[in-house]
Design a protein around this ligand. Sequence first.
Ligand SMILES: [Zn+2]
Length: 145
Amino acid sequence: MNILPTQQNLASWGCVFCGELETVRHALVWCSQAQRFWRLFPFPIFAHATVESDIKEWFQVLAAEMSSSQLEQIMVGLWSLWHTRNLCVWNGQCCSPEESLSCAMRTLHDFQARNALPRPGVMRTKSHWQCPPMGTIKINVDGAF
Ligand SMILES: [Zn+2]
């Protein structure tokens, strides 16, 4: 019966994965779920975290040491961890760190593919509407992904 989200109840709810007090640092870095996720990452991340550092300090160290490409992957990784946590908390759809990492890399790949800058020297051809041959019907449609 004590399920209303009062401040006391919200403060007593633990991490959905391990039951410990959930802070931002815990959810994104120190939770066993997050640690497993970062150990699967394409390059070492977890070595940059110290017990004392808060999430801002942790990210500042990463920002100073990583390339922009690596930071891009880390940001998508952080998003994926939080997204995965929310799916588990709010929808009961819990997934493994492996699935969370796969989601992150797929999301990053899709983002990069859709936002790729055109290569120099590559011209996009413009298409022009052409009247269909007599006796046929032409249907024009538009779509976006
Ligand atoms: Zn946890």
